[in-house]
Write a protein that binds this ligand. Sequence first.
Ligand code: SF4
Length: 317
Amino acid sequence: MTEQIVDKIKHGYRLGRKDNLNFLLEDNLESLCEGANELRRYFKGNQAGLCTIINGRSGKCSEDCKFCAQSHCHSTGIDIYGFLDPKEISDDCGKQKEKGVHRYSIVTAGRSLTGKDFEKALAAYKKISDEYQMHLCASHGLLTSEQFQRLYDSGVRHYHCNLETSKAFFPKICTTHTWKEKVENIQRAKAAGLKICSGGIMGMGESWEDRLDMAVSLSELQVDSIPLNMLMPIQGTPLQDRKQLCEEEILRIIAIFRFINPEADIRLAAGRLLMEHSGRRAFLSGANAALTGDMLTTSGNNTKQDIEMLKEIGYTI
Ligand code: SF4
């Protein structure tokens, strides 16, 4: 079954709502991962993408996302600070470039980024564009069409806005903004010429059907990159006691997203530490990209070790 579908996808067929997707939940994990790896090789080759983020403004967010340490609703003891100095950001970008990272993103807490903080972000992107040949991504919540255009004009080429989960499960995770607002935000960003990085978080209590649904929604939105985070429960958030996903569940999730989004970058983000050897098996089960270094509020992976591991299993960086 899996082999036949891999072949169909290679010949242009795309899985969607019309299809019975149960095979993705029921097929033997090993053959599913092998199929996903074949699709990854066919559509993406052996080149792995590494990106890194900086938390440009931290904490005191007006929104109530249940997984997030930065919401004003939760007491998590994280660092709280306003928008960083653009020079500090561009110096950090230079250091990341020396380590071998080729995509850099400023991420800011908050429903959106406006006023002086937005101007500082534009100044930081311009400074980075002038000083380093780094691919730039931005993540600043819900923005207007004009703001997206200004980001583009400052050198940004990708916009990050996670759907987080399925449309049906989203209201159980966040009540201060809607899934529809996120979709509309993504559409505005696309209209400004930006490529889209959008994924979500697994292990928040969603069902396997929610995961399939989210994978199909991302395919319908034709996103370019799908960051997959595995929940690392944070003390002080409403999800602090959720059980962490095991490696088998994580591998099946990654394979599912590759089958449904064969041409996208499937990017491992938070939670890679839940897998052995920094997620080595995941890169042979459909993933072809990763967030390296620290995450926003959880520890991440060492870039040098990531590069060594990826080269060992046949990737070029
Ligand atoms: S995920 Fe973003 S919008 Fe939601 S609480 Fe955290 S910083 Fe705010």
